[in-house]
Design a protein around this ligand. Structure first.
Ligand code: HEC
Length: 137
């Protein structure tokens, strides 16, 4: 292959990766250790285990396969409870990209995690820390 062709192939590969990157598409492999650092943005409002102090948002233990809005928190909206969502990695990816786009009327006010790799890393960390991924795809 000529140098030019190699470069073109690389560019096409990158374009494909970028195309795969939008929410709802297959997740890239997540790195839970990197996700742990990213989760620092969440700890103010979320515990990973039950039985800790009641925070603004629900604890995330057993999150995968759990009905949305089904555990106590200082703030849980009727919209979240009524969503009928059972959490899995794909839905979490959409939630983290833009919470209000997945479920209008919810009241988790974060800007959304733009980078697919960041979302994948966060999800890998939550999978590791919140129990078996019973309903993960
Ligand atoms: C400022 C506080 C706050 C921050 C920061 C925050 N959340 Fe939340 N989170 C909430 C609230 C409040 C809810 C409940 C929303 C509702 O009921 O409408 C929620 C709900 C959730 C839920 C659904 C839980 C369930 O039981 O259905 C998940 C999952 C979640 N947050 C993940 C995260 C992750 C991951 C981060 C970090 C990237 C994060 N949150 C950052 C406040 C926060």
């Amino acid at each position: 292959m000529s140098r030019h062709l190699v470069r073109t192939a690389a560019a096409v590969g990158l374009a494909l990766l970028a195309g795969m990157a939008s929410a709802g598409e297959p997740l890239p492999d997540g790195n839970p250790d990197r996700g742990k650092r990213l989760f620092l943005q969440c700890v103010a409002c979320h515990e990973l285990k039950p039985g800790g102090i009641l925070k603004v948002g629900p604890h995330l233990a057993g999150l995968f396969g759990r009905q949305a809005g089904s555990v106590p928190a200082l703030v849980v909206s009727p919209a979240l409870k009524a969503s009928g969502i059972v959490w899995n990695a794909d839905l979490l990816d959409q939630w983290l990209a833009k919470p209000t786009a997945l479920i209008p009327g919810i009241i988790m006010v974060i800007p959304g995690i733009e980078k697919p790799q960041d979302r994948a890393d966060l999800i890998a960390y939550m999978k590791r820390e919140t129990g078996p991924a019973t309903k993960a795809p």
